[in-house]
Design a binder for this molecule. Structure first.
Ligand code: DGL
Length: 280
């Protein structure tokens, strides 16, 4: 069978950290990147709204760009949308959860920091992950409301607020964690800056490579061949944004080793997406 196409979904540009890992693992797979940036950040939105918009946008994308697998490259969305999404499609769906299990496997002093959005920090499934995989660890949770916006702005060319970033990470320094979990797909994009701010942390863990491995495994089982178009065409067939195409994205993509054949903003113009709970 031909190289597969994979739909990668997030609320903003964070899922590009996952797309990068998938592209490295499966260089000839075609990717379509879909971002609901008109509704960004998802952490501020009611769960029902996130679910309704995810389902509608993914369905619309699959009509135009038929794909063989869906990756929900957003922790905040994955916590609420996966059951409904799996019920609505026959395609395999890969979601993302904070990498608590791998972190517990590498932490030597059993002190782990979790950096995530406030919405991810609050969700009950996180407590279940901790009980199951890190019950013998002290987990220090930092749920910061503005960090995802700072990263969207940084991708658009603005400087990161270094002093504020150091303040966000201060609880990890004080707790002397040796491992930090990046529980939001935006954060690996500024992995270097985070590591520079906390040089004493030994292990930085995110979910990108695990998602890429899971994706490769599911496609392999479905019989898709790696293909031989490596390097001949851009990794991304299209980047679709429900809002405006973010400024600076074109120059940012090559930094991740990615390129796209097309950008489409205000997409899909013909569909009326729910914008408030009352309109669902
Ligand atoms: N990249 C998303 C995540 O992994 C961003 C969160 C949001 O939109 O609130 O959670």
């Amino acid at each position: 069978m031909n190289p597969p196409r994979i739909l990668v979904f997030d609320s903003g540009v964070g899922g590009l950290s996952v797309a990068q890992c998938i592209h490295r693992a499966l260089p000839s797979a075609r990717l379509v990147y879909l971002a609901d940036n008109a509704c960004f950040p998802y952490g501020d939105q009611p769960e029902e709204l996130v679910t309704a918009r995810c389902l509608q946008l993914i369905e619309a994308s699959l009509k135009v760009y038929p794909s063989q697998l869906i990756v929900v490259a957003c922790n905040t969305a994955s916590t609420v949308v996966l059951p409904d999404l799996r019920a609505s499609t026959h395609l395999p769906v890969v979601g993302v959860v904070p990498a608590i299990k791998p972190a517990a496997a590498v932490s030597e002093n059993r002190r782990i920091g979790l950096l995530a959005t406030p919405a991810t920090i609050r969700r009950a499934y996180l407590d279940r992950l901790v009980d199951e995989f890190a019950a013998d660890c002290q987990l220090h949770r930092v749920g910061h409301p503005a960090l995802v916006r700072w990263i969207e702005d940084w991708v658009a060319g603005r400087a990161l607020p270094e002093a504020e970033l150091a303040e966000v990470l201060a609880p990890f320094r004080e707790a002397q964690v040796d491992t930090v979990v990046l529980g939001c797909t935006h954060y690996p994009l500024i992995g270097q800056q985070l590591q520079g701010s906390l040089p004493e942390v030994r292990h930085w863990v995110d979910s990108g490579e695990a998602i890429a491995r899971r994706t490769a495994d599911l496609l392999d089982r479905a019989g898709y061949l790696p293909g031989d178009n490596h390097g001949k065409t851009p990794a991304l067939d299209a980047m679709l944004f429900s809002g405006k195409v973010p400024p600076g994205i074109e120059t940012f993509l090559p930094r991740l080793g990615l390129a796209t054949g097309c950008f489409r903003g205000d997409w899909p113009s013909e569909t009326v997406l729910p914008t408030a709970i009352g309109s669902i």
